[in-house]
Design a protein around this ligand. Structure first.
Ligand code: FES
Ligand code: FES
Length: 160
């Protein structure tokens, strides 16, 4: 039997403990152990960004980390965005500006955008395009994704 290691990871404010093999990728832990399948797998090779989550507030590609590297840390996935039945402004932005077609890239796009908006409350189109340059979308042509992020920035600024 393969050696396992105990880990404890907080995901969307809920603590999850498990015994995992050291080789288990974080994205597989999130999807298979914790059953949060909103985090997608598009490539497994750090190219597409579909697996992006926030790790201690920083956007990371969860196919590029092992689950054991998240031990003791905090993760937010797309499922953690909605609060008390209310969409997060970034979700609202993608809805209002039609920032998706098939939706496969969308969870990763949103998590990457949240990191950007945390650092830059008024991003230009160039800032947004640079921030999402590690997230690939095969459908939209990116124009509406940029508008979605701008919508969220405006909404967050109205609130503050
Ligand atoms: S699945 Fe992680 S970058 Fe594509
Ligand atoms: S909406 Fe289909 S990959 Fe982006």
């Amino acid at each position: 039997m393969a050696k396992t290691i105990p880990i404890s990871v907080t995901i969307n404010d809920e603590k999850h403990t498990a015994e995992v093999e050291p080789r288990l990728l974080l994205v597989h832990f999130i999807r298979e152990n914790v059953n949060l399948t909103g985090t997608h797998i598009g490539c497994d090779t750090t190219n597409c960004g579909a697996c992006t989550v926030l790790l201690d507030g920083k956007a990371v590609k969860s196919c590029t980390l092992f689950a054991v590297q998240a031990n003791g840390r905090e993760i937010m996935t797309v499922e953690g965005l909605e609060q008390n039945g209310e969409l997060h402004p970034i979700q609202e932005g993608f809805w209002q500006e039609h920032g998706l077609q098939c939706g496969f890239c969308t969870p990763g796009m949103m998590m990457t955008s949240i990191e950007l908006l945390g650092k830059n409350s008024d991003p230009t189109e160039a800032d947004i395009r640079r921030a999402i340059s590690g997230n690939l979308c095969r459908c939209t042509g990116y124009v509406n994704i940029v508008k979605s992020v701008q919508y969220a920035a405006n909404k967050l600024n109205e609130r503050s």
